[in-house]
Design a protein around this ligand. Structure first.
Ligand SMILES: [Zn+2]
Ligand SMILES: [Zn+2]
Length: 633
């Protein structure tokens, strides 16, 4: 008879340890089994075998074997639990997700998208990059940054690297930020690999997800394309992990376990002796500093488009300045498409009383209410109220709308260039895929909206890309504010003129800001050099890791007090704060930020101190989140 240590997959922190069970022969590490637990049955994951149960313990037998995950994924999940300060059960759930049993026959529906055939010949840069990746696959590991402007041919390198892995009997995972917004990339993979592709993303039903997992587990599908969580796909014999658009913030999971799929991809590659390739036109400073660089250089088809910076301090007409209107007018006259980025939804980001000076705020959150056509709305908690005719504070009719959002831009476009079809893409858009298809089919149109318009889709005939307000992101009090702005401007500029002579317009009140100036010149390397210098001086990533602890509660004082006590208990590392944050959803919040070389150790010490403080915190109605490598602070 054999014994095994099994983690019951229960999320309570109190059962965060393995238990010994009796297992039949042949059940090993990675098996998902039904186990008796307390008075009921739980799913459990076998993490190791034992010769005998611990002294004085009578081990119960496990029930059915429900599923099996590749053993390296067990190591990966336990590492995730440790590094991100979560529990083993919660992390193991990522590699062995609970899916309902099958009912009835399985039928597979895959929309087959068109993809271009492989090129007759790679460029010398593509060829060199591919050679390095394939050599590393043969050598049993490596980590690369594939760096090249939009349109420089990164996807073809991914495709051929995946093909090389398949030839060697190995599997591959390709992570992309959001599948719904990048159907072209998926189409190219489907055209090249056909039925050997599995696709995992959040839009699948549970039955579809289970089918795809089965095809991966049985080895029918050897290439997995998917969003963040596909990094845990049960591919056996992994040879390659690609992280496309590696700068994209959606790779970070914002609920427990708060993992970063890019960090997990690198870890999984090192556990399995696979190669990790991170691709971007605007890499993160972290990747630029740490990875072996493979450079694809400029764009394949044409040179990058010239960028015109419009100084809004001198040009009136916001949100459509005269130079931008002139460009749009040309399209209205001669045909062509434009993409306009305005990273704010609604009609106006705030309304403000000119008489008493009060800005209308959310009653639950310390943020201004955003004016929509339907009334005032809070973008954090969803609070809605009718837009007032008169100031609720002083009764004045002098209410001013501050700034512009996407709905206001839509009205301006309708009034100024009615010849162009208007297609909005933001979080209020019901069917983004349909909007993108409409834009692809149009011949005189403007696609406008929030950062969703700057993602990796490719459309023919885009002659103009414009940023309506480059200042939106730079005002945020966050160490990544400049990086994000630079990435967004550069990515958007790359959307123009991929097959036509393109123009790019950036409107800003700060034309001299580093992010604007360098994005206008497509000078990624100078931007990254400056950013790394600044981060080194301030002790930000990649020079140190950040760990963020946020406490929320019903009263303003208690979160600050709890964090001051935590700070005293932790000592040592460089701790910033506690500092109060904006109130959200009626909860007062405060944060403590640590800059440290050993984030896992610090998160573990914080978790321990928080367990000791838990009863008192519960009584005060406090909740706490520990976030390792947060994307913003
Ligand atoms: Zn007033
Ligand atoms: Zn709110």
């Amino acid at each position: 008879m054999a014994y095994a240590s099994v983690y019951p997959l229960l999320s309570a922190r109190a059962v965060a340890r393995p238990f010994t069970y009796e297992v039949p022969d042949g059940v090993g590490r990675g098996a998902v089994v039904a186990v008796p637990f307390g008075r009921s049955t739980a799913r459990g994951l076998v993490v190791g075998l034992e010769d005998a149960p611990p002294l004085g313990v009578k081990a119960a037998p496990v029930g059915r074997v429900l599923d099996e995950v590749p053993p390296p994924l067990v190591d990966l999940a336990l590492w995730v639990a440790d590094y991100y300060g979560s529990t083993p059960a919660r992390a193991l759930e990522l590699v062995a997700p609970r899916l309902r049993a099958r009912r009835g026959e399985r039928k597979r529906v895959t929309a087959r998208l068109a993809g271009e055939p492989p090129p007759a010949q790679l460029t010398p840069e593509q060829d060199a990059a591919l050679g390095r990746v394939v050599a590393a696959v043969d050598a049993g590991g490596g980590r690369f940054l594939l760096y090249g402007a939009t349109g420089s041919g990164k996807t073809e390198v991914y495709l051929q690297a995946c093909a090389a892995a398949l030839e060697r009997g190995l599997g591959a995972i390709v992570l992309v930020p959001e599948i719904a917004l990048t159907p072209q990339a998926l189409g190219r993979f489907q055209a090249r690999f056909g039925d050997r592709i599995a696709v995992l993303h959040s839009g699948l039903t549970e039955a579809e997800r289970r089918d795809e997992r089965e095809r991966i587990a049985t080895g029918e599908a050897r290439v997995v394309v998917g969003a963040r969580s596909a990094v845990f796909a049960p591919v056996r014999g992994l040879g390659l992990i690609v992280v496309d658009e590696e700068h994209d913030a959606s790779y970070k999971q914002e609920s427990d376990p708060r993992y970063d799929a890019r960090t997990v991809a690198a870890k999984r590659a090192s556990i399995e002796g696979a190669v990790a390739v991170f691709g971007s036109a605007t890499p993160r400073p972290e990747s630029w500093a740490a990875l072996d660089r493979l450079e694809l250089g400029g764009r394949l088809i044409r040179r990058l488009p010239p960028v015109r910076v419009v100084d809004l301090r001198r040009e009136g007409g916001y949100p459509l300045s005269a130079p931008l209107l002139a460009e749009l007018g040309k399209l209205a006259e001669r045909g062509g498409k434009a993409i306009l980025l305005l990273n704010r939804r609604g009609l106006a980001p705030a309304i403000h009383c000119r008489t008493c000076g009060v800005t209308r705020r959310c009653p639950n959150c310390d943020v201004a209410l955003v004016l929509h056509a339907s009334g005032l709305r809070c973008h954090h908690c969803g609070h809605a109220e009718p837009a007032p005719e008169l100031c609720p504070e002083c009764g004045s009719a002098e209410l001013a709308r501050i700034g512009a959002g996407t709905q206001r831009l839509e009205r301006e476009l309708e009034a100024r260039v009615p010849e162009l079809a208007r297609i909005r893409l933001d979080a209020d858009t019901k069917d983004p895929e349909e909007a993108l298809q409409r834009f692809a089919a149009a011949d005189r149109a403007v696609l406008f909206g929030t950062q969703m318009v700057a993602k990796g889709h490719h459309f023919e005939g885009v002659a103009l890309a414009a940023v309506v307000d480059a200042d939106t992101g730079m005002a945020l009090p966050d160490f990544r504010a400049e990086e994000r702005t630079f990435q967004l401007l550069t990515q958007l500029a790359g959307r123009s003129g991929r097959d036509a002579p393109g123009r790019v317009v950036i409107q800003t009140f700060q034309p001299d800001a580093r992010a604007v100036e360098l994005a206008a010149r497509h000078d990624v390397e100078r931007f990254l050099a400056g950013e790394l210098e600044r981060r080194e001086a301030l002790g930000y990533p990649p020079f140190r890791h950040l760990v963020r602890v946020v406490v929320t509660g019903p009263e303003p004082e208690a979160p600050m007090r709890a964090l001051a006590e935590l700070k005293a208990a932790l000592g040592g590392d460089e701790l910033l704060g506690p500092a109060p944050l904006l109130r959200l959803r009626g909860r007062h919040r405060a944060q403590l930020v640590a800059k440290t070389e050993r984030p896992g150790a610090l998160a573990a010490r914080a978790a321990k101190a928080l367990v000791a403080a838990a009863p008192a915190m519960r009584r005060a109605g406090l909740a706490v989140v520990v976030d390792v490598d947060p994307q913003s602070v």
